[in-house]
Design a protein around this ligand. Structure first.
Ligand code: ADP
Length: 292
């Protein structure tokens, strides 16, 4: 037996032949590898802010012991690093819960409109703080879906947080939603008209665009820097951050989209991104509608 196969050998007494059943262990190994990669990445990511923190503690105890004038600056950096660690831990907990726990299929009837409105309202203070206009363009009335309310809230919030984070002050983020892709797309087109950018489906699923299956749709458009083509296929991998190479100052954990992708997969929904450098990005999700 090797790493990927386990052999079950049986030979009934007196029988001429031996029965060998080969069991494919690939899925087991893949899950184990995913878990150990996750732990390795998580420890690595946590070590970075921790190293910075202990570095400053050592500096304040040693070389900068009497240089108390510099302490407020050191403390600011330390506060930032510890905030980063808390964010990372919160995201890691969400992701490991979603990725590795036995997932119960969504079964509750929820109103997608309400989820979108609630998530948008929750992020309005961040939009104001960053001087970004947050605009909501959507269907009137309820859009029934079968979903985990908290999880879909988190999806919308993660996508909105990114849109707000990458849009410069004075810019605008628009949330389009509805029960047909054409409605969402037509409204988006009327809004900005930059649909000739790069496009990538990150999660093909039931209720794909163009499929007649009735669904609910959401599209969040921002006026950020856009995402370079080579990064698109890797978005949604945990810890993958496209702007690191650009030396971007925007902080993040690289877990937000991984969380989104997992939640959408559990919901048999989809996720796509459309982006144009220098113009902005639009993230779209869709969910199978509730059949009543
Ligand atoms: P992060 O915490 O780094 O934002 P995410 O998983 O949410 O992690 O996003 C992964 C990467 O995808 C980001 O680091 C960024 O490079 C890119 N990205 C996500 N959303 C946007 C957006 N709206 N505009 C530009 N880049 C984005």
């Amino acid at each position: 037996p090797d790493e990927t196969w386990r052999a079950h050998v049986s030979r009934p007494t007196g029988a001429e032949q031996t029965l060998v059943v080969l069991e494919d262990l690939t899925p087991v190994h893949r899950a184990a590898r995913a878990r150990s990669d996750f732990l390795a990445n998580a420890s690595h990511e946590l070590r970075t802010p921790l190293t910075a923190l202990s570095g400053f503690i050592e500096t304040m105890r040693g070389p900068a012991k009497d240089d108390t004038g510099s302490w407020p600056r050191f403390l600011d950096i330390m506060a930032g690093e510890s905030e980063r660690m808390s964010r990372l831990i919160a995201d890691l907990l969400s992701l490991s819960r979603i990725e590795f726990s036995e997932h119960i299929s969504p079964s509750e009837h929820e109103d997608f409109t309400k989820i979108v409105l609630d998530a948008t309202e929750a992020l309005q203070p961040i939009a104001s703080e960053r001087s970004v206009t947050l605009e909501l363009v959507g269907a009137e009335g309820a859009l029934p879906v079968i979903a985990h309310r908290d999880e879909i809230m988190q999806v919308v919030e993660n996508l909105l947080t990114n849109a707000l984070k990458y849009t410069p002050a004075g810019g605008k983020v628009t949330v389009f939603y509805g029960n047909t892709p054409s409605m969402v797309e037509a409204r988006a087109k009327a809004g900005h008209g930059w649909r000739e950018g790069e496009r990538m489906t990150l999660l093909p699923a039931a209720g794909r665009p163009g499929k007649p299956d009735p669904s609910v749709w959401l599209r969040i458009e921002d006026q950020g820097p856009g995402i370079e083509r080579e990064h698109l296929p890797r978005l949604g991998e945990r810890f993958y951050r496209a702007d690191q190479s650009r030396g971007g100052k925007i902080t993040g954990t690289g877990l937000g989209l991984a969380i989104v992708k997992h939640i959408m997969a559990h919901h048999r929904g989809g996720l796509a991104v459309e982006t144009r450098l220098g113009k902005g990005s639009a993230f779209g999700i869709w969910l199978p509608a509730a059949r009543i």
